[in-house]
Every structure is written in structure tokens, then in C-alpha cells.
Design a protein around this ligand. Structure first.
Ligand code: SF4
Length: 322
């Protein structure tokens, strides 16, 4: 099925997001972007700095990035520099990984770090800068050959390599990362037509995969068993919209000459700094987007519930500001 995105709404959303970021008000006057932190002893854009970005990005899923990036910095220190990953014996590497990252059942730290270090050594002289292809597309394809990397993480890596001057792609011609924040905000703002694309939970065994999420939503009173049985609560499958959202945003940044670095940062800032309050008071006080809804999702943000508003004070605030 061809996915249609409301281009005009996406454009309106993009302009509002960029405007908010430029004003440098809350949350942007408070946020520290974890992927921009450079340890004191490392030079900006150097081989070590790029390695830090490369390995951090490979691990940047299913966990908070503000906690992950400092852990990778610590790991680099413990191992005596990231260029040493490929040289360390398996027991040593496993020991340092465990003490630096702890356990996370969603991420295979050892496999990710070891495999990527070996590819980097074999094909790129241990230097992530050399991964660059002739075009953004070719570079994305080359990055996606690494373990635990796909187009979204490739977009994040390209963004930071361009930000720190390692690669010279124009800022308005690189993609943004379509992560959970981007998916959710586009859904809440109406860029994705939920009435057209929402699916029944009971189809294709999805209810089974969503078992824990449904228990949680029921506990919090967002949904009842009757809603599920009668197919009243429907879901949006996030991955169906990833490519269309990426292409739409790329078209917008190109046509409007907007930096994808700014836009990507802005989405992350709003998503983690504002949406996460889950409170309509914050939305109406600080955010120009005034989303109709702030839909919950499962832990991995594979599915969103577009008819449930997760925010507190939703009814009261919306009606006061009407
Ligand atoms: S803070 Fe509120 S209005 Fe702004 S994007 Fe998040 S949910 Fe939407």
C-alpha cells in the first residue's frame, strides 16, 4: 500500500519546530544533546571523536541516549582508546563491556562493538571518516553494512559527521533520523492520517506481541478489555511510515533550505524535553505544536495507539484554551 503523508501539515510542523529551536527557550535553553558532548582530551572531528560517534550510534537503541553516550566515553577510557577494540581478547572485551554498560537484554554490546571494530579495521583503516561514499545514499548503504546499523542510525551518524566537519554533505541534503519522537509527533500533529491507516489490534497476532503494553494501558485506565474485543482501540504500525516520513522531511529540508541537523536536534529536544512530561499543560505553555493527541506506544515504539491521549490534564486544558 502506498503511504501518503500530508505534505502541507509536515511543512507546517517543520517550520514550527525550527522556529521553537531558534528561539532558544525552554526546553532548548536547558537541553544538552548527548551526541554533541566531546571529552576534554579529544579533539573535535579527530579520528577518536568520530570513533566515539560511530560506536555510540551503533548502540543507540532501546535505551536513553543521555545515559549511553557517557558510558561509551567511559568504555573508551577503560579499553585504552576505541581503536583497541579489535585487538582485545574476548574475555577482556566482555569484562570491560560488562563493567561499562551493565546488562541490557535488548542490545548485544559485545557482538556490536567487536563486529564493527573488525569491519572498520579490515575495510577502513580503523578510521570511520573513510566510510564516506560519493553520495549520501552510497554512504548510507556503506554504513548499513555494519552490525546493528540501519537507515535511521546511518542518518544519525551522517548528521554528526557533517555537524563536526568530517563529511561535507550539504546540511539540507541529509536525512533526519525517523525515531519514536518523530513518529509520535507526526502522528499527534496529524501528518499521518490515523483514520485512514489505523489497524485493528486483533489482526495478525499483534495483540499477542502487544500483551504487556495492553496490560499496562488497561492498568492506567486508557483502555478496557471490551475496547480490545470490540476493536475500538486501533493501532498504527510505525515502520509503515518510516520511509515516507524520511522522504517527506528530506523534500522539505531541500526545498526550504532547512538544516537537517537543526531539525533532527529539534525533534529530539521536543520529544525528550517536552513530550515526556506527558502533560497537556506543558504542551500548551511551551510547545507551538499543540498536538491533538500524544499517543502511547509499546516499549520499542513499533506500534502507536492513535486514539489514546497519554497526557494528564488533556480534557481540562484543551477546553480552557479553546
Ligand atoms: S510537547 Fe505536546 S504539543 Fe508539543 S510535540 Fe509533544 S505532545 Fe505535541
Amino acid at each position: 500500500m502506498k503511504i501518503e503523508i500530508d505534505y502541507n501539515k509536515a511543512l507546517d510542523l517543520t517550520r514550527k519546530i525550527i522556529q521553537l529551536k531558534k528561539q532558544d527557550k525552554f526546553p532548548f535553553n536547558k537541553i544538552i544533546f548527548p551526541d554533541t558532548i566531546i571529552p576534554k582530551n579529544i579533539e573535535k572531528g579527530s579520528k577518536e571523536h568520530l570513533a566515539l560517534i560511530f560506536y555510540s550510534t551503533s548502540l543507540d537503541s532501546n535505551q536513553r541516549s543521555d545515559l549511553l553516550y557517557p558510558k561509551v566515553i567511559n568504555f573508551a577510557r577503560e579499553i585504552g582508546g576505541l581503536e583497541n577494540i579489535a585487538e582485545r581478547s574476548e574475555p577482556t572485551l566482555r569484562r570491560i563491556i560488562l563493567s561499562s554498560f551493565g546488562r541490557n537484554s535488548h542490545i548485544n554490546y559485545f557482538e556490536t562493538l567487536k563486529t564493527n571494530a573488525e569491519i572498520l579495521k579490515k575495510k577502513y583503516n580503523k578510521n570511520p571518516k573513510e566510510i564516506k561514499g560519493k553520495t549520501v545514499k552510497e554512504t548510507t548503504e556503506k554504513i548499513c553494512k555494519f552490525f546493528n546499523y540501519g537507515p535511521e542510525k546511518a542518518a544519525l551518524m551522517i548528521k554528526n559527521f557533517v555537524r563536526f566537519g568530517a563529511w561535507d554533505f550539504p546540511e539540507n541534503e541529509i536525512p533526519i533520523k525517523i525515531d519514536r519522537h518523530v513518529q509520535r509527533i507526526n502522528l499527534g500533529f496529524g501528518v499521518i492520517d490515523k483514520n485512514k491507516y489505523a489497524e485493528e489490534i486483533t489482526r495478525k497476532g499483534i495483540a499477542k506481541k502487544l500483551q504487556l503494553t495492553l496490560i499496562n494501558l488497561k492498568k492506567r485506565g486508557y483502555i478496557t478489555q471490551q475496547d480490545i474485543s470490540e476493536n475500538k482501540s486501533r493501532i498504527i504500525t510505525a515502520k509503515k511510515f518510516t520511509n515516507a516520513l524520511r522522504e517527506t522531511h528530506l523534500k522539505i529540508t531541500k526545498e526550504e533550505n532547512i538544516s537537517a541537523i537543526e531539525l533532527d536536534d529539534a525533534y529530539w529536544g521536543i520529544g525528550s524535553g517536552l513530550c515526556n512530561f506527558n502533560d497537556t499543560k506543558y504542551c500548551y505553555l511551551y510547545c507551538p505544536l499543540k498536538c491533538e493527541i500524544r499517543p502511547p506506544s509499546d516499549d520499542n515504539a513499533n506500534w502507536f495507539f492513535p486514539y489514546i491521549d497519554k497526557r494528564k490534564n488533556s480534557y481540562l486544558v484543551k477546553h480552557l484554551f479553546k
